[in-house]
Design a protein around this ligand. Structure first.
Ligand SMILES: [Fe+2]
Ligand SMILES: [Fe+2]
Length: 260
């Protein structure tokens, strides 16, 4: 039966699968970059201290998008269109998780609640990003180019998660605790279902490119469902806890990543 390591190996070894994998990742990162960039531009006056950190967050995500693009280029590949059923960021947005794009496309300042909502949503999705990058880092170990790129992204995602914990704890103390708890819970419960659906779709597309047998595909789909059940039965709680990180001010005092 396939292992996580052998699945990553298959993806890394196959140009078309690698092309789709990196294109999906690059597009999600770029989308996150755009969202954070818009939020930074629309921060209300009362939260201006957060604006440079949100901008930094956005610049990091843009950089991650460029890193996945560079991995494709190095292999002589171009990005391909991302199938809509694999678009994690857009699916979260259409489920009403995080801030609506219509709001972000406008020029009206956000409210304090919008900022709390952005941070709670990020607390959940950055947990996912941090875990995924750690896994990718583990399995890309024997490929120095991928491994180097992923390590850089993984370190950033850990910083993003630390920043969300710290800022949410600050805002909870400032009186937003109930709204934060409610938003974290609803974001996490929606996210785990979307993550399951997107993982299933990604595996189906990759499986077609890699010529997987029916039994192999069924086995992997069952694995994705098992992860969902674990998360639905209580694993989701790891995505909503708040703990002061050992690394404080993870997005402050650093040189901003350059935007393109
Ligand atoms: Fe990222
Ligand atoms: Fe991130």
């Amino acid at each position: 039966m396939p292992t996580v390591r052998s699945i990553y190996e298959e993806i890394f070894n196959n140009d078309e699968a690698f092309q789709l994998f990196c294109s999906i990742a690059a597009s999600g990162e770029a989308q996150g970059g755009w969202e954070n960039g818009r939020i930074a531009a629309l921060v209300p006056d009362s939260y201006q201290d957060l604006a440079p950190k949100i901008a930094r967050h956005g610049a990091d995500e843009d950089k991650h998008g460029r890193i996945f693009g560079a991995l494709l280029r190095k292999r002589g590949l171009k990005p391909v269109a991302v199938p809509s059923d694999t678009d994690y960021t857009m699916r979260l947005e259409s489920a009403g998780i995080g801030l609506a794009h219509t709001l972000l496309r406008g020029d009206q300042k956000l409210t304090e609640r919008d900022i709390v909502c952005y941070l709670a949503h990020s607390r959940v999705t950055e947990q996912r990003a941090s875990e995924q990058m750690r896994a990718l880092r583990r399995y890309a170990g024997e490929r120095p180019d991928i491994s180097r790129a992923v390590k850089m992204i993984s370190d950033d995602e850990d910083n993003h998660l630390a920043y969300c914990h710290e800022e949410l704890l600050r805002l909870a103390e400032a009186g937003h605790q109930e709204f934060i708890e409610h938003t974290l819970r609803s974001s996490a419960l929606a996210e785990i279902a979307i993550y399951r659906d997107v993982s299933t779709a990604v595996m189906a597309h990759l499986g077609r490119l890699l010529g997987w047998s029916r039994s192999r595909s069924d086995f992997l789909a069952a694995g994705i469902r098992a992860v969902y059940f674990y998360e639905r039965l209580g694993g989701w709680r790891r995505m909503v806890s708040l703990r002061m990180p050992s690394r404080r001010d993870a997005l402050g005092g650093l040189q901003p990543a350059h935007r393109t």
